[in-house]
Design a protein around this ligand. Structure first.
Ligand code: XBP
Ligand code: MG
Length: 246
């Protein structure tokens, strides 16, 4: 691997636990507002997360659980727009904090002149809604999100796009993901990946990951190592990342 030059971050589940108490709640608010009787429980939403992308997820729900309902793509797109407005409101209310270690690692990376990017299937506005008040969006030289590529994760398109934009080889980057779909996407683009699990993804297959951790950890609040070698470090910091890419 060449020397580490860039860190590429997924958003949902990686920068913050946005799915259960963010996107899921916002979907239900949009459904209620539209007079639909759909109510996505925490458990059902875990199954629906198999499909990335909010519009794609709604179509999957209809096909799988409500095949009697015919719905036009334009109606799904309207529901998705409404859902993202509710989602932005939830974030503005301060309901979803960043995960442990995220801000610290970004600060360290910037101090060391590492380049930063985002690679996510979520809608661009949702990325900015999460970053606002937490992280300066300008820190990321590329924010690759949503429908910018034709195929969402687990396809590698979104990571391929980031590498192309940054003009970097995959071997000079590390990716941060929380899900199997995200890991497949990054690895198929050739990028070694650190996974921080959450309640929805803890049983996913992360065999290809460089490290699997509970979270990125803080010096005074070590992460739990699920798989891989952190060389005794209790948190993901730059000395550890340097060792991982040696
Ligand atoms: C995130 C997603 C997204 C969000 C909702 O996956 O799957 O669909 O749940 O976002 P990843 P939108 O973390 O792998 O990028 O509704 O804006 O699509
Ligand atoms: Mg994710």
């Amino acid at each position: 691997m060449s020397a580490l030059q860039a860190l590429i971050f997924d958003v949902d589940g990686t920068l913050a636990d946005t799915e259960r108490d963010g996107h899921r709640v916002a979907f239900n608010q949009a459904f209620a507002h539209a007079g639909l009787d759909w109510d996505w429980s925490i458990e059902l939403y875990g199954n629906l997360l198999a499909v990335t992308g909010g519009k794609e997820r709604m179509r999957f729900y209809l096909d799988t659980y409500r095949p009697e309902i015919q719905m036009a793509d334009s109606t799904i797109a309207d529901l998705h727009k409404a859902k993202n407005q509710y989602y932005a409101q939830l974030l503005a209310d301060g309901r979803i904090p960043l995960r442990p270690g995220v801000k610290r690692l970004l600060d360290e990376a910037r101090a060391a002149n590492l380049r930063l990017a985002i690679s996510t299937t979520t809608t661009p506005a949702n990325v900015f809604a999460l970053l606002t008040g937490n992280i300066d969006a300008n820190w990321f030289e590329v924010i690759a999100a949503g429908d910018i590529v034709p195929k969402k994760k687990p396809a590698s398109d979104i990571y391929d796009y980031v590498l192309e934009q940054m003009k970097l080889p995959a071997s000079a980057c590390l990716a941060f993901e929380d899900s199997e779909n995200g890991l497949i996407s990054a690895m198929d683009a050739g990028i070694e990946t650190i996974v921080t699990i959450n309640d929805y993804t803890q049983d996913h297959n992360f065999d290809r990951a460089k490290l699997v951790l509970s979270d990125l950890g803080e010096p005074d609040r070590p992460c739990q190592v699920i798989r891989g070698n952190t060389y005794g470090s209790g948190c993901v910091d730059l000395p550890l990342l340097a060792k991982l890419v040696e």
